[in-house]
Ligand binder design. Structure first.
Ligand code: ZN
Length: 140
């Protein structure tokens, strides 16, 4: 599948800790910036709430050939996983795709010692935590 991300992406990068995996590198795009230019017939859609393999939003988008999860498609947003992007090497990951914060850090499995802001839940709608999970920003 070829995904074409147009415009100056208003993407937001984050390391999040969803229920299913310990850590996920995710990038959010507005859907009008996302074009699928090839291989759309190799996509699977799944709505977990209704347990239906249909494109009922919000849904999960995966590769029909190998089952790899490609994105979470919402009504307006496309949450993609940059670990699937071909940047041409780790050192070539554009700055815009570097993680900018951690979300759901309150549910983390391990402490992460970096300088990024760590939100206990959703960005801007939860408490900022230090690396050890205590309130406040920094290495507390
Ligand atoms: Zn595949």
């Amino acid at each position: 599948m070829i995904l074409c991300l147009s415009r100056e992406q208003k993407s937001e990068q984050k390391l999040e800790v969803p229920r299913t995996t310990s850590m996920q590198w995710a990038a959010i795009f507005h859907k009008h910036d996302v074009r699928i230019t090839e291989g759309i017939d190799h996509l699977n859609f799944y709505n977990s709430e209704l347990d239906k393999h249909e494109r009922i939003l919000p849904c999960k988008v995966s590769c029909a050939l190998c089952g790899t999860l490609i994105a979470d498609e919402g009504r307006n947003m496309w949450l993609a996983f940059p670990s699937l992007f071909n940047f041409g090497g780790v050192s070539k990951v554009p700055t815009k795709f570097k993680p900018t914060c951690h979300i759901f850090y309150g549910m983390r499995v391990i402490d992460i010692n970096d300088d990024l802001p760590k939100w206990s839940g959703h960005k801007n709608h939860s408490e900022l935590l230090g690396n050890c999970g205590l309130p406040g920003r920094g290495y507390n």
